[in-house]
Design a protein around this ligand. Structure first.
Ligand code: MF3
Ligand code: CO
Ligand code: CO
Length: 262
């Protein structure tokens, strides 16, 4: 399989899916507070997506090769959890940082976006990790234009975060997206300039760096999904779905509540 170039009609549908995805993140924001369980956040998001948006939560029962079907409608990854945390009945507590990752299918097309949320007042170190991760995602996004290479995106992220002492997770990457959740190409969050596939207008993919406060190494928990840092250091992630345009990029996962670009 090769990388698909989306038609204008497909791009219109991707914009809709992207906006709905971002609107779920806007909607859930005021609920992310000490005492709430991630199961409650999952149910709120699920009901909004299904009943109001009349869309499909892509994670629910998602089962890529070798994985047990994902049991919930969103991913919630707390503190040292890197990604794919499964919502459960544990309550969030003051000082937690949590990533909520939302993927919505509307009219056959996917939108995929995540943000970090602060529960009460996290430490200065935790807040700085989130800020740097958000800036890192944006450095990756700003490397997107026709004629640039995938390696330019990875390099923009890696060369920004590693001098700050942070680790870039290697095992998970951004991905092409469209009618399928995960398409080609793989968008690594590390790399060398002028290497890898050339970007062309009409490509759509995510940029979703996972940045650890400590070493980059990760391990998978026994639930088959949750990924945590090996050294138990904090981890943060932001994600947008991006379109390569004739002149640069367009962020597809935008809504009224999207933080303005840096
Ligand atoms: N949303 C994740 C991503 O950004 C994938 C989650 S797969 C799931 O690629 F099954 F855990 F939901
Ligand atoms: Co993604
Ligand atoms: Co995602």
């Amino acid at each position: 399989m090769s990388v698909s170039i989306k038609t204008p009609e497909e791009i219109r549908k991707m914009r809709v899916a992207g906006r709905l995805t971002s609107e779920v993140l806007d909607y859930i924001t005021p609920y992310v507070k000490a005492g709430v369980t991630t199961n409650e956040l999952d149910k709120l998001c699920h009901d909004l997506i299904v009943d109001v948006q009349q869309a499909i939560p892509a994670p629910l029962n998602y089962a890529p090769g070798g994985h047990t079907p994902y049991p919930k409608s969103i991913c919630s990854s707390i503190n040292h959890q890197v990604c794919h945390g499964i919502p459960g009945d544990k309550a969030l507590k003051n000082g937690d940082i949590v990533n909520l990752d939302i993927t919505v299918i509307k009219d056959g097309y996917h939108g995929d976006s995540s943000r970090m949320f602060f529960v009460g007042e996290p430490s200065i170190q935790a807040r700085r990790l989130c800020e740097v991760t958000w800036q890192a995602m944006w450095r990756g996004i700003r490397a997107v234009r026709p004629g640039a290479c995938l390696g330019d995106i990875g390099h923009a992220i890696q060369s920004f975060v590693e001098p700050l002492g942070y680790g870039v997770v290697r095992e998970f990457c951004g991905h092409g997206i469209g009618q399928r959740f995960h398409e080609e190409p793989q968008v690594l969050h590390y790399g060398r300039p002028n290497t890898g596939m050339k970007l062309e207008a009409g490509m759509t993919f995510t940029i979703e760096p996972m940045i650890n406060a400590g070493k980059p190494d990760i391990k998978q928990l026994g639930d088959g999904w949750t990924v945590v840092t090996k050294d138990h250091s904090l981890s943060a992630q932001y994600e947008h779905t991006i379109l390569v345009t004739d002149t640069g990029f367009e962020v597809l996962t935008v809504s009224d509540g999207t933080p303005p670009p840096p």
